[in-house]
Design a binder for this molecule. Structure first.
Ligand code: PMP
Length: 292
């Protein structure tokens, strides 16, 4: 496998990173999760600049100078080199050498992009019977402590919650806040459907998801604070994320859902959009091959 590293494609086995990388020790990096889909114009990347803009906001928070045009090129080159028609793209920028102190000024910044084969990380269960959510005993990182961006270190919070949920026999963890409001899952935003009306859970500690924003743009759904009790009373609950796409929730703790007609319809619509088959896709897809 080839990795795009600091501007060049290198074999993954030859990509060298220092064991003293600051990002490895303290999580001082920022990443993105982006998907490329098969389309009539060949492989095309969905909402590439929106993902890179979010990465840019994370880099800025870390005081890191990053050239987003370079990374844009990196995503295209990594995808091309992979030969994949559909892929998950993982750009990552992080502090590497220059010291292990917490003042990051002057540290070397490394940047990479990998293109990997991918399926919904919530697996077949998510696609067939819907995922089983467990309300997590962990709180989400508070935005007052850690901005809700894709900062590497912040994901330890997701890993702990995911471990706890899977050990208890569930597929995914649901974060709630101290006031009993829904925040998000470890790698997805949350929506509910009640009497045909779609609502996106809004919370200041949740990542501003690009899939969430896509669904809002496609459906005109409302976005507001949602209490956990309201989720229980919903007709359908679904999750959104680049990896999860639109995934039905089959159960949360003791409550289960079997019929998910609105979710199914949105799943189909989302697939048409990411594959460039819908009017709305225009402007959201960056084809690998630019037509001449
Ligand atoms: N929340 C978290 C914590 C995530 O990691 C992700 C995945 N990036 C999402 C929500 C969904 O965001 P997006 O739709 O931009 O992938």
């Amino acid at each position: 496998m080839q990795i795009w590293l600091d501007g060049c494609l290198v074999a993954a086995k030859d990509a060298s990173i220092s064991p003293l990388a600051h990002g490895l020790h303290y999580g001082t990096g920022v990443f993105e999760g982006i998907r490329a889909y098969r389309s009539a114009k060949g492989p095309a990347i969905f909402r590439l600049s929106d993902h890179l803009d979010r990465l840019g906001r994370g880099a800025e928070a870390l005081g890191m100078a990053v050239d987003l045009e370079d990374l844009h090129r990196g995503c295209l080159e990594a995808l091309q080199a992979s030969g994949l028609e559909e892929a998950y793209l993982r750009p990552l920028v992080f502090y590497e050498t220059g010291g292990l102190g917490l003042d990051v000024a002057g540290l070397k910044v490394r940047q990479m992009v990998a293109a990997l084969p991918w399926r919904n990380h919530l697996g077949d269960a998510g696609e067939q019977r819907g995922v089983r959510l467990r309300t997590s005993p962990y709180r989400r990182n508070s935005a007052a402590a850690l901005p809700p961006l894709k900062l590497c270190g912040g994901y330890v919070n997701s890993v702990l919650a995911k471990l706890e949920a899977t050990h208890a026999g569930f597929d995914e963890a649901l974060f709630t806040d101290a006031a009993g409001n829904v925040v998000e899952c470890t790698g997805e935003n949350v929506f509910l459907v009640k009497k045909g009306r779609i609502t996106a859970v809004q919370h200041g500690d949740a990542l501003p998801g690009i899939t969430r924003e896509t669904i809002l743009a496609l459906t005109g759904a409302e976005s507001r604070t949602v209490a956990l009790d309201e989720l229980k009373a919903a007709d359908e609950v679904f999750l959104t994320g680049t990896s999860a796409e639109v995934t039905a929730v089959g159960a949360r703790d003791e409550r289960s859902w079997t019929l998910n007609p609105v979710t199914r319809e949105l799943q189909a619509l989302y697939q048409r959009v990411v594959h460039g088959e819908a009017e709305a896709s225009r402007g959201w897809l960056t084809p690998l091959q630019v037509s001449v």
